[in-house]
Design a protein around this ligand. Structure first.
Ligand code: GLN
Length: 533
């Protein structure tokens, strides 16, 4: 029977609830249990696919083609499991499904209500995650903070699950803040007390508290929290600020959070295998050198918009024992003639152009790609980055001056990048991109073949436009190699320039499969090439 851990948050957002949930999952996995993770987001978008990255950060894509919250990226990177469609549930998804069922007549004349119809739908999503993953333990994070109007139906559904399944099958972790107040110079428990009171008003008594604090809270604070919140003192866990996030699971391990959960679940406490994780922490804390990588994008004011790309660069850095300093460059700013590119990139060992949508900042990115190509600076282009690398090559090497993509110029004469036929009739924007895993066949003897060391790969996609095969021959003649192809649909997946020190770009998003202990191949080779400037 599947067991369920729920992670809620109180007092303020941004306490690291996602990292707490991932850390718990990692520890339970390290003790030999099969784990799976899920996030509930109370907003009404069906998924974050249609949201502006400046507001919401990156959209993470699962292998089965679902556009999800960026927290799922943390989950996958921590627990090294591929998540799926059951892993990110929004209010929008829940309500849509209930309304669709109502229209279909599935409720047989009943009045459709918050309880039980919406809450049943939520409960089903929790149980579905357990069934489809076959996990021993599912860890579900509830977005937002307890007390938000939006999250009430989720909390109510969890209360019902706690009642239905009982305490040996459910465990509630509540993450809160224990702030330090200057003047009185002490840690304060009242915000936590109030937030637990809110939770209990909704019928849920937490089994453990995870207290974010600037330093160890100490015995007397723990006793006080235990007394006021009805949580055993051993289950009051400190979450102190750390230098690097990989230390967090180990901090919790030392406070036995996993043992506490397994005991309540009446499951055997098997030996934890955390050596690989401790080695990772050691590597991260003792990096020898550092290099700068320029990341040229249009959402750079919010680094979260590129979180998986930035993480993947760091993962490759761990492998080569170097710290990666990202030079965040706003592509729009490169468009001005006054901008001296030599100055902008003077310390950058490599240039990366990640994915993006729309026409803003496009010409700046093209300038950056041209600079990388002409100055033999290692270059990695991802998705839009590949499309622009091809456009740049067509314009500046093949002399097709007006080469463009129909995404930015719907009437362009030379659409090097264009919509696929099956995308032309699409009216709904949400969930209709080419999403998730597609196969790519790699040609022998290419850089891609060297990087992946195999000729068939599966990578995750999120795009609507494709390379237009009509232009393949012209570009090939001038030296571009189309080294990765999706054979089924004859779509270009990877391009490279063998005449260049390291110039490669892909239509897919390799960043979604990178792990701290196993960098994605294209990031690995990009950092390796960037190291010998
Ligand atoms: N905007 C481009 C497309 O839709 C690229 C998408 C991306 O970079 N993720 O094809």
């Amino acid at each position: 029977m599947t067991k369920y851990v729920f992670v809620t948050g109180g007092v303020v957002s941004g306490l690291g609830k996602g990292i707490t949930a991932s850390s718990i999952a990692l520890l339970l996995k390290s003790r030999g249990y099969k784990v799976f993770m899920q996030k509930f987001d109370p907003y009404f978008n069906v998924d974050p696919g249609t949201m502006n990255p400046i507001q919401h950060g990156e959209v993470f894509v699962t292998y089965d083609g679902h556009e999800t919250d960026l927290d799922l990226g943390h989950y996958e990177r921590f627990i090294d499991e591929e998540l799926n469609f059951t892993s990110n549930i929004t209010s929008g998804k829940i309500y849509k499904s209930v309304i669709d069922k109502e229209r279909h007549g599935d409720y047989l004349g009943a009045t459709v209500q918050m309880v039980p119809h919406i809450t049943n739908e939520i409960k089903n999503k929790v149980y579905e995650a357990g069934v489809t993953s076959g996990a021993d333990i599912v860890i579900t994070e509830i977005g937002g903070t307890v007390g938000d109007i939006e999250s009430q139906s989720f909390i109510e559904a969890l209360r019902q699950i706690q009642y239905e399944k009982g305490s040996t099958n459910t465990f509630f972790v509540h993450c809160t803040l224990v702030p330090f107040i200057y003047g009185s110079n002490e840690l304060k428990t009242k915000p936590t007390q109030n937030s637990v009171k809110d939770l209990r008003n909704m019928g849920i008594r937490p089994d453990a508290l995870v207290c974010r604090a600037p330093y160890d809270t100490g015995e007397s604070i723990k006793n006080k929290l235990s007394l006021f919140c009805s949580v055993p003192v051993s289950n009051v866990i400190d979450s102190i600020d750390v230098k690097n996030i990989y230390e967090i699971p180990i901090n919790y391990y030392k406070q036995k959070i996993d043992e506490i959960i397994l005991k309540q679940f009446e499951l055997p406490i098997k030996k934890a295998n955390l050596t690989y994780w401790e080695n990772l922490i050691d590597t991260v804390n003792n990096l020898k050198g550092e290099i700068e990588i320029a990341l040229v994008g249009k959402y750079v004011e919010l680094h979260d918009a590129y979180i998986s790309v930035a993480e993947s660069l760091r993962h490759a850095g761990y492998k080569y024992n170097v710290k990666i300093n990202i030079n965040w460059i706003d592509s729009e700013e490169l468009e001005s003639d006054k901008k001296n590119l030599k100055e902008v990139f003077k310390n950058s060992n490599g240039i990366i152009v990640p994915g993006g949508f729309g026409s803003r900042g496009i010409e700046g990115k093209i300038k950056a790609i041209k600079y990388a190509r002409e100055n033999n600076i290692p270059f990695l282009g991802i998705c839009l980055g590949m499309q622009l690398a091809v456009i740049e090559f067509a314009r500046n090497v093949c002399g097709i001056k007006d080469a463009s993509s129909t995404e930015f110029d719907s009437t362009c004469e030379n659409p090097i990048i264009d919509l696929m036929a099956d995308q032309k009739s699409i009216v709904n924007m949400g969930g209709t991109l080419r999403l998730g895993n597609y196969e790519c066949t790699i040609s022998k003897g290419t850089l891609a073949a060297k990087d992946y060391n195999t000729d068939k790969i599966l990578e995750r996609h999120r795009h609507r436009y494709e390379f237009n095969n009509k232009y393949k021959e012209i570009l090939e003649k001038k030296g571009m190699v189309f080294s990765g192809i999706n054979e089924k649909a004859n779509l270009v997946e990877i391009i490279e320039l063998p005449s260049h020190k390291h110039f490669i770009a892909c239509q897919f998003h390799p960043e979604f499969k990178s792990r701290p202990t196993r960098p994605a191949p294209l990031f690995d080779s990009f950092i390796k090439a960037s190291l010998d400037k």
